[in-house]
Write a new protein. Structure first.
Length: 108
């Protein structure tokens, strides 16, 4: 087997990898979606079971619904009801404004 054929194959694949990697990095930069930072904070305060018992696909979706005001009670989380520790979530949401400056009021 000719070593030049192998060399060309390696060079073509390396070049293709570099080009596609650059395109992925460019796409990540321009297609980035900004998310409300409160969603991550609320998600971290939830139990993290991702069970779906609240009616949402997981804790991230419930946190997003709480931040957007679609759910008005933190006790929608069934797993967290056993712990009954929704006070940090309620206090955080009732005191922290979002990027638009509005505070989403929720209860226990």
């Amino acid at each position: 087997m000719n070593p030049m054929i192998i060399l060309w194959g390696v060079l073509v694949l390396a070049g293709l990898g570099l080009i596609l990697g650059f395109l992925l990095a460019l796409a990540a930069k321009f297609l980035h979606v900004q998310e409300d930072p409160r969603i991550k904070k609320v998600e971290d305060m939830l139990p993290g079971a991702n069970c779906g018992a609240c009616g949402y696909a997981g804790c991230h979706d419930l946190a997003e619904a709480l931040v957007k005001g679609e759910v008005k009670k933190a006790s929608a989380c069934k797993v967290g009801k056993k712990e009954k520790n929704f006070d940090p979530i309620v206090a955080y949401m009732n005191s922290t404004p979002g990027p638009d400056g509005k505070i989403t009021q929720i209860s226990d």
